[in-house]
Design a protein around this ligand. Structure first.
Ligand code: ADP
Length: 261
């Protein structure tokens, strides 16, 4: 559709801009952080200026984390798609996710008993999971429940998908559910747009979900979102299932390409 086409164009322009800027910015940041480290070493403990430098370093770390998001968004890193079980992605980042969400959020992980495989860049899948989990955490400032489930599913008839219809076939599904604040229709309508955020300044870039959308659709997958204000949100991510033994990568992937425009 026209809307999807404009979205794709916008993503590409932003991505190119962000990639170039992020790289230069990151180099400058390395200089700033390096020198502040040296300064810290020069000052005896108890010197009141140390606290100021610590503030500088904290701000620098926040900047570094924003830059990492920008670089991931612009997909500057070379991609190495592999055939891997979706379960392994969850397993790889589980301990990091637990640190991210803190003590007040209970994490439940339900792995796919059939260990379904997908074809994707593992780093990108980890990024997807991280972005969804950070959003879930931010939606539950007073704690709650976060469930991450992987499962297999067959699309046997055309379902109503949030942004585009998927080809029928076998999929491995990643479901991330939170019991957080939920979203109203206005937020849902803009969810995947680059730079759309409801978070206060410095807390959100608005790039998280547009990155997730880009990665999932690059794999030939799709996303459904269910949300109720005051109750919580569920993201269902569908990845085409692939045969782990397949000589050619997507022998069992659904036929037909995703319609982008
Ligand atoms: P950011 O997290 O930087 O704001 P995102 O693209 O990841 O950017 O998210 C865009 C917006 O979507 C968020 O600002 C928030 O309003 C909303 N959102 C995303 N995930 C959730 C969630 N699990 N619960 C409630 N709102 C969400």
């Amino acid at each position: 559709s026209e809307k999807q086409f404009r979205q794709a164009q916008k993503m590409e322009a932003v991505g190119r801009l962000a990639g170039g800027l992020a790289h230069d910015f990151n180099n400058l940041l390395t200089v700033i952080m390096g020198h502040s480290q040296v300064l810290m070493g020069e000052l005896p403990s108890g010197n009141p200026i140390r606290a100021k430098i610590e503030e500088m370093q904290k701000a620098g770390e926040r900047a570094a984390s924003l830059i990492r998001q920008l670089m991931a968004f612009s997909r500057k890193q070379p991609l190495e798609p592999k055939i891997l079980p979706l379960n392994s992605v969850v397993g790889n980042v589980e301990s990091m996710l637990r640190r991210l969400i803190g003590e007040d959020i209970q994490l439940v992980i339900r792995p796919d008993p059939f260990n379904g495989h997908v074809k994707a860049d593992p780093g990108q899948l980890e990024q997807v999971l991280m972005n969804l989990v950070v959003n879930a955490r931010d939606a539950m400032p007073n704690g709650g429940l976060l469930a991450i489930e992987t499962s297999q599913t067959e699309l046997a008839r055309t379902p109503m998908h949030h942004l585009h219809p998927l080809p029928l076939g076998q999929y491995v599904k990643l479901t991330v559910t939170d019991t957080g604040c939920g979203m109203n229709a206005d937020v849902l309508a803009h969810l995947f747009e680059p730079f759309f955020t409801t978070k206060e300044e410095h807390k959100g870039t608005g790039l998280g979900l547009s990155t997730v959308f880009g990665i999932v659709t690059t794999c030939g997958g799709g996303i459904d979102v269910w949300s109720q204000v005051g109750h919580g949100t569920t993201f269902d991510l569908y990845f085409p299932r692939v045969n782990p033994q397949a000589p050619t990568a997507d022998a069992t992937a659904p036929q037909g390409r995703l319609r982008q425009g």
